[in-house]
Design a protein around this ligand. Structure first.
Ligand code: HEM
Ligand SMILES: *[C@@H]1O[C@H](CO)[C@@H](O)[C@H](O)[C@H]1NC(C)=O
Ligand SMILES: *[C@@H]1O[C@H](CO)[C@@H](O)[C@H](O)[C@H]1NC(C)=O
Length: 321
């Protein structure tokens, strides 16, 4: 009895706090409150455990959510395995080094135990990315839920992902096509405060790698030499985006100010006067970065979401039902 009253109170405050807001496509903050009340906790505790055993997984989960949303919408399509008749998104060269799939599988298994057929893989991924940011020391944001899982995952769709050699103008245009302004694009790029890139992703900026044979002038020359050395070990060598690759902070923007951004698409944000002020503001004021990052992530998580019969709740995140 006491427990039920407690639950009632919990639901009520949940509704009040979220203002019972409805989002496009029928998504709601409290979507699982009745359907699967443990959903949030299971995701949180599993991501927390994963982060404790391997902090670099936070980067993996965050990036996976981005790749999911930018290709075919946030519909869990990135999680689908290829079959003999279909080469899936994850087998595109752009998947390069995506990781964290086992964390999603682990969460899905627990949720299928608790409330079979209820929590979509797309929602799991969106929640896991949110919690990864938080456990890595970043901000916390609430997200609407109720996404359905898509039934399409094709290697050719990954063409929609931004390439690492794009300049700021091109990034503004590309993110603009998905409804983001320049400031939101710079804030989202701040996700590169977590994780690493392989030399293959930025060797275009180093000597002897492209036809011009010049080092990218936007790159600090000492840093370029260090990268040159590191990358002589091969294309797969990993380099951290900033000095604190497992902490979600604003060190990424400080690195850009020192011309020590890793990808062309990172450094260009400082090189271009249109975005430089935003980089400077975030470098100076981490709270401002967090304040802008939150709503930009919520928005990213709503890209082309599927609802109702446009999708399903996958039983296994790797396979269409
Ligand atoms: C602005 C356009 C973007 C480009 C061109 C881009 C490109 C890349 C590339 C090339 C890598 C390294 C892959 C590798 O070499 O292994 C990477 C890593 C990463 N990206 Fe982005 N990205 C962009 C935006 C974003 C956004 C919006 C997010 C998330 C909100 C994100 C999250 C990440 C994370 C966390 C990593 C590190 C992954 C790890 O360590 O496993 N990126 N990105
Ligand atoms: C990513 O794609 C490559 C092929 O381009 C494939 O060999 C690799 O297994 C894929 N990685 C994951 C994690 O699926
Ligand atoms: C950005 O790239 C586009 C296309 O390659 C090019 O036309 C433009 O001049 C570049 N802008 C800057 C500022 O480098």
């Amino acid at each position: 009895m006491v427990m039920y009253r407690f639950l009632g109170f919990f639901i009520l405050t949940g509704l009040i706090l979220s203002g019972a807001r409805f989002y496009a496509d029928g998504l709601r903050m409290e979507y699982y409150i009745m359907r699967c009340p443990m959903a949030d906790n299971i995701v949180k505790s599993t991501v927390n455990n994963a982060f404790r055993s391997d902090p670099s997984l936070a980067a993996g989960l965050l990036r996976m959510h981005f790749h999911d949303c930018f290709v075919e919408g946030c519909d869990g399509s990135i999680l689908i395995d290829s079959t003999k008749d279909n080469t899936a998104e994850k087998d595109s060269p752009a998947n390069l080094s995506l990781r964290g799939y086992e964390v999603i599988d682990d969460i899905k298994e627990q949720l299928e135990d608790q409330c079979p057929g209820v929590v979509s893989c797309a929602d799991i991924l969106a929640m896991a990315a949110r919690d990864a940011v938080f456990f890595a020391g970043g901000p916390y944001y609430e997200i609407p839920k109720g996404r359905k899982d898509g039934r399409r995952s094709k290697i050719e769709d990954t063409i929609r992902l931004p390439a690492p050699f794009l300049n700021s103008t091109e990034l503004i245009r590309l993110f603009g096509q998905r409804g983001f302004n320049a400031q939101e694009m710079v804030a989202l790029s701040g996700a590169h405060t977590l994780g690493v890139a392989r030399c293959s992703s930025f060797k275009n900026r180093l000597k002897n790698f492209d036809s011009t044979n010049d080092v990218d002038p936007a790159l600090d020359s000492n840093f370029a030499k260090t990268l040159q050395n590191t990358c002589s070990a091969g294309d797969k060598t990993e380099v951290a985006f900033d000095a604190t690759s497992n902490s979600f902070d604003n060190a990424y923007y400080n690195a850009l100010q020192r011309k020590a951004g890793l990808l062309t698409s990172d450094q260009t944000l400082f090189a271009n006067p249109r975005t430089r002020n935003i980089v400077n503001a975030y470098a100076m004021n981490q709270a401002m970065f967090f304040l802008d990052f939150n709503p930009a992530m919520v928005k990213m998580g709503l890209l082309d979401v599927k609802e109702g019969n446009n999708g399903e709740v996958r039983q296994d995140c790797r396979k269409i039902n």
